[in-house]
Structures are given as structure tokens and as C-alpha cells.
Design a protein around this ligand. Structure first.
Ligand code: XUL
Length: 535
């Protein structure tokens, strides 16, 4: 403990869908403290499942804002009880689940700046929100608002060129439009709208934190090239929106010093800096130290694929965000449904056991004897396909596969879809390409072997799966050095190197070259059967 106490450090926070996490990273970039508060388990009074409430319509998905506030109280008290020496914290930053939004009621900023150090945050902030259940990224209730936004700017492609994405239901602008239309009273009593990331930063700051460019790119409101709010988009969503959002800032900005509440209650130094918080995916890109040519694959509730880009090529699928570690550059993000389907097939075809699931992958051949499957019990994100579709080597639709074949068809299908849709954004696997895997399923070697084989590139994992959290601490160090123009890669050069876990099996590229073409063709066939031929 005494040795811990002497370490200068930065904190990285992660306000994810299911929990709040924190890590402390020292000047040698070692993680020496980790803690978390789990919403379903540690905050049962809020009655969430997986950190959210799914409403009766099956489309609206929200989380109580006070649950996030109370989680912060609990985790800070846990750190204090463990003897964590807050006086050594030089800076902190954090990540939030993307797209979710928080609505601060008129007068809340007064409360934020004058918090009493004797009371928990929840007690003092409970009357500060005009909307108590915040829309989160799993919400898909804003189809009408998406259509309105696209129509207002000249179509889906035009919106994508402007903001990096066509209209998505979970993107914040559309969520704000819905709140304005359905609850104009609450909207008019809102003085500030934050993302989950900038909300958490605001609490630490004791005043409203700006939205950063990178998480701001997930709103369908920010012009990603010019880094200003699009007046056309703001106007299409809700009135007086610009003043409620504040001006966006580069992701590595210091947004201020920590609020006196944390200095007095926990012993943070008054000069401790708050570096702009960003989205969980941008923070993961930082945590994995992605370099050009690399692909990062985060295997979680949703599987996300991200690529570093110099020149944005916005398309009708996927998203282009401003890059969180280099404001001149961009990143691309493709989202797919992920672990829920893997868990379902594990339960159905491997008696709920991951080790049986792995054995099925080991006992089946690359290419699965030509059998291919599409498994989308809920609407897939990229592309919009629903249902289960299985095909034999002769492209005949079949109703079932043996259990082992089913498991390999699911995993090969999930990875082939990723490669096909990354390439549709202009991405090409290069000889120096590394695939960096993270998230829950990145612990499964057999799954990563399939990933290496399908992409024809080596797969690495980083030591911790907490990449958003660790990336946030790295970004805090980056923010501290911002005045010196030191590039992010230089800041993180002491960080542990990624660990090689799988290299492509000889012959994999021949097997998958053919299979990828069939997968793409069958995907088109299913799409045209369900929504008619492409225009
Ligand atoms: C990204 C997205 C999810 C959330 C999860 O567009 O919706 O990855 O960020 O936290």
C-alpha cells in the first residue's frame, strides 16, 4: 500500500452499458488499480437488466441517469476504503457508451458548481435532470426522426457525407428530436444536453464539459470535416439545440481542473486535470494503440470493427468518426450484433458450455465443408438482415446443421461479414496488418484462430480486455502533454505490447477467398428476398 501511495497516476473511467469501471495507470503505464460497480448486481433498486430498461414497445431502451451517478458514488467510496491515494492523480479521462444522452434541467449547472463535499452525488443531483431515463445506444425507436433528418439534408448519402453516417436510430440527434417531439415540456426545461461521456466529465468538472469531436461524431449532428455542428441537422432535430450542446472540442483537450467536491471529499489535488471524455469505441482505439493498416475487433454485446483512416470515405453503411488521438485523422467503425447470438448458439448447440463450443471449432475444418450460415435472431446492424439462413455447399437453403457445423457456421459467418463490410468501406488487409482483438470473446483462442484464418492476418490481444478504460487513462496522459504536441504513439510507447495469439493456418486464404465470395453473394440473395432487389 505504501508503495502504491507514492505513484503519480492518471485515472481512466468507463461508463459502459452494464457497469462503471475505473483503472489507475502509473507513469510507466502499468495498471495498478482496477475497480468496478455493476448496475444489475450492485444497484438492484434500479431494476435494470444488463444495465437498461427495455420498454413495452420493445424499441425504446433507456437507463436511469441517477444509476450512473450513484455508481460513481459507490466506486469512489470503494477506492477510498481500499486506501487509494487520490492525491497522486495528475489527470483523469473516461469513456462512455456512445450515443446515449443526458438532459440537465434548467438550474442544474448551479447545483453542479456548488456541491457539498459532505453528501453523496446522488443525493445532490437527483433533481438535476429533465429526463430521468436516458435513451441509450440499444434504442431503436426513432425511425421517423431518422427519415425526417435524412430528408432535411438531401438524403442518406448526403447526411453521411456531412456527419460520417446516414441516420441511425441510436444516434443522438434523432433521439433528441424524438424527445423534443414527444415531450416538448421536458425539452424546453433542458439547459444542457450531454453525451454519456461528457455527462461523466461534467460531474468531475463541476460544470458542463464540452462534447469531444470523436464521440460527437456519433450524433448525426457534427460536420466531421469542419468540426462544427451542422446547422441543417440541428435545425431538423430541435430548436435552440446549439446552445444546449455547447461547442465541441478536440478529444485530447483539457476541459478544466477537477471540481472542489472531489478535492475535499476524496483528496484529489486541486490541479488534477479533466481531459475530455470520449466514446467507448474511440477510447478502445486509444487503449489498443491502433496504427495505420491495423484493424481492431471488439467482441462484446455488439461486435465492433474499427480502422484508422486518413481520408474519410463515408458510405451508407458503417460510421466515420473523428480520430480520438489525432484530430487531423479519422476512424471508421462498423457495428454488428455479437455475443448475444454466440451465447444463444452456445446454449442450443454446446449445452451452454464455452469449452464444448471451442471443441466444436477444433473438430471442424476451415471452410466448414462449404456450409454457410446467417444467424440473426434480432435485426442485424450491418446489413439489415433478420432470421436464420443455412446453406449447403451447393447453395441450397437447409433447415438445420449438425451441432458442430452450426457453431463453426456462426463464427465463420460473423467474421466473414466483418471482412466483407470493411472492404466495402475501402479497407484492404495489408502485409503489415495486425488484428487487435478485445472484449469478452477475445479470451477464446479457438474463436481467434477463425478470425486469423478468415482475414489472413495475425491476431493479437492486449493484456487487459478493459481497453476503453485503459485507453482513457492513456488519453489523460496525452491530454497532459497536449501543449507539447507530443504524438499519442510517443506517449504510450512504454505500454505493454500486444500478445500474438493466432496466425493464419496455411491454406486459409484459398479456402476463404471462395467462401467469402459465396457469403457476399448469399447475403445479397437474402437481402433481395427480404427487401426486394437493389434499386
Ligand atoms: C457504437 C455503439 C456501441 C456502443 C456500446 O456505435 O452503439 O458500440 O458504443 O457501448
Amino acid at each position: 500500500m505504501a508503495e502504491r501511495a507514492a505513484r503519480h497516476c492518471c485515472l481512466g473511467w468507463d461508463f459502459s452499458t452494464q457497469q462503471v469501471k475505473v483503472v489507475a495507470v502509473d507513469a510507466e503505464l502499468s495498471v495498478f488499480y482496477e475497480d468496478s460497480v455493476h448496475f444489475d448486481r450492485d444497484l438492484v433498486e434500479f431494476g435494470t437488466q444488463g444495465g437498461v430498461h427495455v420498454h413495452k414497445d420493445g424499441l425504446t431502451v433507456t437507463s436511469p441517469v441517477l444509476m450512473w451517478v450513484q455508481a460513481l458514488d459507490i466506486i469512489l467510496e470503494k477506492m477510498k476504503a481500499s486506501g487509494f491515494d487520490f492525491s497522486q492523480v495528475l489527470a483523469l479521462s473516461g469513456a462512455g457508451q456512445q450515443h446515449g444522452s443526458v438532459y440537465w434541467k434548467t438550474g442544474a449547472s448551479q447545483v453542479l458548481t456548488s456541491l457539498s463535499p459532505d453528501l453523496p452525488l446522488r443525493e445532490q443531483l437527483q433533481a438535476c435532470f429533465s429526463i430521468s431515463n436516458c435513451p441509450v445506444w440499444m434504442d431503436s425507436s426513432t425511425a421517423a426522426q431518422c427519415r425526417q433528418l435524412e430528408a432535411a439534408v438531401g438524403g442518406a448519402q448526403a447526411l453521411s457525407r456531412l456527419t460520417g453516417s446516414r441516420a441511425y436510430e441510436r444516434f443522438t440527434g434523432n433521439q433528441i428530436a424524438k424527445i423534443y417531439q414527444q415531450n416538448p415540456e421536458a425539452y424546453s426545461h433542458t439547459e444542457r444536453i450531454s453525451l454519456v461521456s461528457s455527462f461523466a466529465a461534467s460531474v468531475f468538472l463541476g460544470s458542463y464539459s464540452p462534447v469531444d469531436y470523436s464521440d460527437g461524431s456519433g450524433m448525426n449532428l457534427l460536420q466531421i470535416q469542419d468540426k462544427v455542428w451542422s446547422q441543417a441537422c440541428l435545425g431538423a432535430c430541435a430548436p435552440r439545440l446549439e446552445e444546449k450542446l455547447g461547442r465541441p472540442v478536440p478529444s485530447c483537450s483539457i476541459v478544466g481542473a477537477i471540481s472542489s467536491y472531489f478535492v475535499q471529499r476524496y483528496g484529489f489535488p486541486p490541479e488534477c486535470k479533466v481531459v475530455a471524455f470520449t466514446g467507448d469505441n474511440p477510447a478502445s482505439l486509444a487503449g489498443m494503440r491502433l496504427e495505420e493498416g491495423d484493424i481492431a475487433v471488439s467482441l462484446g454485446t455488439s461486435d465492433t470493427l474499427f480502422l484508422w483512416l486518413q481520408e474519410p470515405t463515408p458510405a451508407l453503411e458503417g460510421h466515420i468518426f473523428c480520430n480520438p488521438v489525432d484530430p487531423q485523422h479519422y476512424m471508421a467503425l462498423l457495428c454488428f450484433n455479437g455475443s448475444l447470438m454466440r451465447e444463444k448458439i452456445r446454449d442450443e448447440s454446446a449445452s451452454g458450455s464455452w469449452s464444448k463450443f471451442s471443441k466444436a471449432l477444433q473438430s471442424t475444418e476451415m471452410g466448414n465443408g462449404g456450409n454457410l450460415g446467417f444467424y440473426f435472431d434480432v435485426m442485424e446492424i450491418t446489413p439489415e438482415i433478420i432470421g436464420r439462413h443455412r446453406f449447403s455447399a451447393e447453395n441450397h437453403e437447409v433447415s438445420a446443421f449438425p451441432q458442430d457445423v452450426e457453431i463453426r457456421a456462426l463464427i465463420e459467418g460473423q467474421f466473414m461479414a466483418k471482412k466483407i463490410h470493411a472492404e466495402a468501406l475501402g479497407y484492404r488487409v495489408m502485409p503489415k496488418t495486425k488484428i487487435l482483438a478485445t472484449g469478452g470473446a477475445s479470451h477464446n483462442r479457438d474463436l481467434l484462430q477463425v478470425l486469423a484464418d478468415v482475414f489472413g492476418a495475425p491476431v493479437y490481444v492486449i493484456d487487459t480486455a478493459n481497453s476503453a478504460c485503459v485507453g482513457s487513462a492513456y488519453r489523460a496522459f496525452h491530454g497532459l502533454a497536449a501543449g507539447t504536441d507530443m504524438p499519442f504513439a510517443e506517449i504510450v510507447k512504454l505500454a505493454p505490447n500486444p500478445r500474438l495469439v493466432a496466425t493464419p493456418t496455411p491454406g486459409a486464404s484459398q479456402v476463404y477467398e471462395a467462401l467469402l465470395q459465396r457469403y457476399a453473394m448469399l447475403e445479397q440473395r437474402i437481402l433481395s428476398q427480404t427487401r426486394g432487389p437493389p434499386e
